[in-house]
Design a protein around this ligand. Structure first.
Ligand code: AMP
Length: 358
């Protein structure tokens, strides 16, 4: 099949590699020059909401998908009756606004941190009164990797937070003293078949994912996370991979956000699961049967941000994925994955590699 992918970053590149192995061809739409996925297939260089470029892509391809959630939904709505688009645009629409995302969690009985809608400095003060401090203020739209966020710890920071972020729709959220963060990643096929991966333990710094480890050896949390994920996949009549990010607090999971796409915290599945998230996304959107999601051993994934140190290139263990991007502070340039026989062995290797990365 010919698969059109909106966005040609590293997720598009890894989707393209998986598609090629499955005998499909990928075509991309992306405004940047020489994006990572240009290695895998032709890229129409245009803005994501360029109607002409989108209809060219739709004409060339049998199905369309996307690699990031800030694709303008209105532009896709216009071509939605000419070509199947997966994941469904309703899921994309809900994920683009933190308020509708939280309302979805509430409707599906998925626990989440307390929150308050903020449209004025007065709302922010009311949020501090009702939720308590600390709290985190987030822009409702276009936030990613911790951007567009302000943590308010004392009352005198309220005015500064409003000065920094005010004037756009905001949400204030209870600051959660979580034990750790996990993601639940799953996939749903066109025929409604659902497959889920084991829970992944994620560590962030400055809002950016640094390290993922799988599996999380907590059967009850895993069962809970899988239930929440399955509820979302069914409710949204979803097709493709979905990632749900959660905070672990004791026995409980609180939903932070979801991504209607393949996710950085699932990169370990390339080497660490029987079928990767990328292959399963392609299988789902092309109407194929899903592949097995069981993990193989204990996987560790370390993001390479800002630079790929020579010491990492010289490692004789693990698999280095270099996206071919030019170096820039804070930019995700690649990742390294390895699979160990025990969790202790994996953690020791992560610690050793982290020393060369930071
Ligand atoms: P987000 O962009 O919402 O995924 O936030 C990025 C990261 O900031 C998360 O992965 C957490 O590490 C942290 N964070 C976001 N919201 C909260 C919260 N309500 N309580 C504690 N930490 C948070």
């Amino acid at each position: 099949m010919r698969i059109g992918i909106i966005g040609a970053g590293q997720l598009g590149q890894m989707l393209g590699f998986a598609a090629r192995e499955l005998g499909h061809e990928c075509f991309y739409l992306d405004p940047s020059e020489a994006p990572p996925a240009a290695r895998v297939g032709p890229v129409v260089q245009a803005a994501f909401d360029d109607r002409v470029a989108l209809s060219i892509l739709a004409e060339k391809c049998d199905v369309l998908t996307y690699e990031f959630e800030n694709v303008p939904v209105e532009a896709l709505d216009d071509i939605g009756d000419t070509i199947p688009i997966s994941p469904p645009l309703d899921a994309l629409r809900l994920a683009q606004d933190r308020l509708t995302e939280k309302q979805l969690f509430e409707r599906l009985d998925i626990p989440l941190p307390g929150y308050h809608v903020v449209d004025s400095e007065g709302d922010l003060r009311a949020a501090a009164d009702s939720i308590g401090l600390p709290l985190v203020v987030k822009t409702r739209r276009m936030g990613y990797d911790g951007k567009g966020q302000f943590v308010i710890r004392t009352e005198d920071q309220i005015a500064t937070a409003w000065r920094d972020l005010g004037g756009q729709p905001l949400i204030a959220e209870q600051w959660v003293e979580f034990d750790y963060e996990v993601s639940a990643i799953g996939v749903r096929g066109r025929d409604g078949e659902v497959a889920t991966y084991c829970l992944t333990h994620n560590e962030h710094a400055e809002g950016i994912l640094r390290t993922s480890r799988a599996p999380v050896d907590e059967p009850e949390l895993t069962a809970k996370g899988t239930r929440y994920l399955a509820r979302m996949l069914e409710d949204l009549d979803y097709v493709g991979v979905l990632a749900l990010e959660l905070f672990v607090v004791g026995e409980n999971l609180l939903a932070n956000e979801f991504a209607p796409r393949v996710h950085n915290s699932g990169h370990w599945t390339i080497e660490g699961a029987q079928t990767s998230q990328f292959a399963n996304h392609i299988l789902a959107v092309t109407g194929g049967d899903l592949g097995a999601t069981a993990n193989i051993g204990h996987a560790g994934m370390i993001n390479l941000i800002g630079e790929i140190p020579d010491a990492v290139r010289r490692l004789d263990e693990g698999v280095l994925h270099d996206y071919g991007k030019s170096a820039r502070p804070g930019r995700k340039l690649g990742h390294i994955t390895f699979v160990a026989e025990s969790a202790a062995d994996r953690d020791a290797r992560i610690a050793a590699i982290r020393r060369s990365v930071s």
